[in-house]
Design a binder for this molecule. Structure first.
Ligand code: KIV
Length: 271
């Protein structure tokens, strides 16, 4: 498959990738291990997000609040061992950047030492001091605003955000503060299409949407959602495969062959 993307992808390349300046939309997909990273990198994605969605997609939790910095470092390192050309984004988990600026930098450094090339954190203007400290420590930061899954309890569930004009204006103002603090791109999740557009027009850094409509500078999906591995998905997910069904059928075929004696065949035996 032709690789449409120059590799390796760097933070300055992503920072410059505004669609209004003639760039192609950015493509970001999650991965949590080396085979996943090899698959998405071979497909030519620009960025691999080692997301805290590992909690739901892989570890069986209902939300993302249970994963720790050590968990995230473990998955970042596994992705990095695949040596992808795509930029590796390490997701800072809940409580790793909420208490103290020094802790935030130490936790960011843990993901960089695990071989992430940048980190992502959730929240608006309130995170500006953390973003500034990370950037001062030479750790590039991606923002994440709108429906921020780590705020599930504060939001009262996974709900579309910024539905009225006042909330949309607040979201845009908060995003501008993050840009001033130094983020090089912002994930925009779970907002009405017109808010995705407005953010993209207002900000000088690329917006990467998930459930934020086509007006963003790029799109991100969770690998297990787009491959049809996860059971339930949100409205904004498009499934490009049915891997759970295909995998179950494959294992069922193996089980049937073992039980009927058709496996192993003569060709599958050492003589
Ligand atoms: O953890 C994750 O996968 C994310 C995406 C939903 C953007 O943060």
């Amino acid at each position: 498959m032709p690789d449409p993307r120059p590799a390796p992808v760097t933070v300055p390349m992503v920072r410059a990738a505004k669609v209004r300046d003639g760039h192609q939309p950015l493509v970001m997909v999650t991965a949590y291990d080396a085979p996943g990273a090899r698959i998405v990198d071979a497909a030519g994605v620009d960025l691999i997000l080692v997301g805290d969605s590992v909690a739901n997609a892989v570890l069986g939790y209902e939300d993302t609040l249970q994963v720790t910095v050590d968990d995230m470092a473990h998955h970042v390192a596994a992705v990095a061992r695949a040596r992808p050309g795509a930029l590796i984004v390490g997701d800072l988990p809940w409580m790793s950047y909420h208490v103290d600026v020094a802790d935030t930098v130490r936790n960011g450094a843990a993901l960089i030492r695990a071989d992430a090339q940048c980190v992502k954190l959730e929240g608006g203007a309130v995170r500006a001091p953390m973003v500034e400290a990370l950037v001062r420590a030479e750790i590039p930061v991606m923002g994440h605003i709108g429906l921020t899954p780590q705020s599930v309890n504060a939001m009262g569930g996974f709900r579309v955000q910024a539905r009225d004009d006042e909330a949309a204006a607040d979201l845009i103002a908060g995003a501008q503060v993050l840009v001033e603090a130094g983020v090089f791109a912002i994930v925009v999740e779970g907002v009405p299409e017109k808010v995705g557009h407005a953010l993209t027009a207002a900000l000088d850094v690329p917006t990467i949407g998930i459930g934020a409509g086509p007006g963003c500078d790029g799109q991100v999906l969770v690998l297990h959602d787009l491959l049809g591995v996860t059971e339930r998905t949100a409205k904004f997910v498009r499934r490009y495969a049915t891997l759970a069904d295909d995998a179950t059928a494959a294992v069922a075929a193996f089980a049937a062959d073992v039980r009927s004696g058709a496996f192993p065949s003569d060709a599958e035996v050492y003589h």
